[in-house]
Unconditional design. Sequence first.
Length: 505
Amino acid sequence: MENINMLLQGFSVLLTWQNVFVTFLGAILGLIVGAMPGIGSLAGVALLLPLTYSFNPTTAVIMLGSLYYANMFGGAFSAILLNIPGDSPAVMTALDGYPMATVKKRPGQALLVSNFSSFIGGFIGMIILTFTGPALANIGLKFGPSEMTALLLVAMTSIGWLVGENPSKGLLLTLFGILLACMGMDTLTGSPRYDFGNEYLLGGIPFTPFVIGMVGFSQVMILMDERLVKAKEVTEKLTIRGSLLTKHDLKRLLPPALRSGVLGTFMGVLPGAGATAASFMGYAVQKSFKSEEPLGSGAVEGIASCEAANNGAAAGSFAPLLALGIPGSGTGAVLLGGLMLWGLNPGPLLFTNEPDFAWGLIASLFLANVVALMCAWGVIPLLIKILSVPTRLIIPCITVICIVGSYSTSNSMYGVLVMLISGVLGYVMHKFRYPAAPVLLAFVLAPMLESNMRKSFIISRGSLDIFFDSPLSLAFMTIFIVILLFPAARAVFGSFTRTKMETAK
């Protein structure tokens, strides 16, 4: 009850014309920044940080918090309509969003599924943040290197869910993604790995150009190859009313959105995980549940699972930031720097010493959630017009967007070269029916897994006991072992059953 009273006090702080204005401004800017490939929440918050210097600390952080949160909404726009993720958490959205918009001719519904799922996931994250923020942050502190290693091992072994009935493909693609992630400087010793004498490769493969190429530019090559002029055109006039979801769509999106909202909030609390890992995990977990259509073919469940997860993570990341002063992502680090710049010290005493600021920020997330949904819904008819552009015109436009987005992340042609090569790779994988999702998931999780595993071995001096000492790591390692042994046990059981049936005959 006390938390509810404090939240109401936060709304009283928020509901001034200046704070409401910057909440709207942050939400709108977040949608725009999120929809622009190559920028993302980290660069968006960093670039707009100087604009807040003239505000008081509460107003300034409310604006940046709203921008960060609404960015999770905007990343889905270009992912669904152009197959180019606006931000890294939207990578998984493109897998089902783009087919639903183009192949199934339901672009408005695809955008609304994304928006409503984002709203649900964010609302769940905010409710959890309101009632259990400090407690949730303390749970996040219990995840040391060994616990994070065990959790990431479970995630890596779950990649097979992304390729359905062909685990050998999942294993091959996972190993390939890990190999690509290992290129560059060793995270602990600083020695070069797989650089082939090229100074650019010392920095590794940049994530954003790699994703834009694998997902976006490969689609350009597919369009050029298959001549999908007729399949790409949308001739009917689409309105907000014509884009409304049916009761059946709502029934399909609710379960994955609720599950992923909770999962994403938990992932947002963990140090170093962030919205990207939450989106990948939400999509992977959905593979273990029943979907009306196969994921990757334009399934509502696929869009809902990853969008709810990344918005839940965005809300959950504020728990360790405010309660402990520990940022869970790069964007959180920029926000932390802003707080310290304005003389605020995040930590256990923040909710006691600066309640107006802490609860005003949390209240602004609720308002930003509503504003982002309204704005995203309102621009749907305008956005859908992108699909009415003929393929002969959309191909060069998408190519330019891919080039600009890749260049903006590295300020060099190296990012563009990575995008082109990964685009060709994505096209070849598509032709041979190898999905890109396992490669991308392994590419994201491998550096986190390597860093935490090596830290664990340094702490334990090479002993494996560290992975079984704490209850959390023991639980995750048990799940990991079960996942590893399950295929072999199923094969042995199936062979035994068949032998018994043949003997009975």
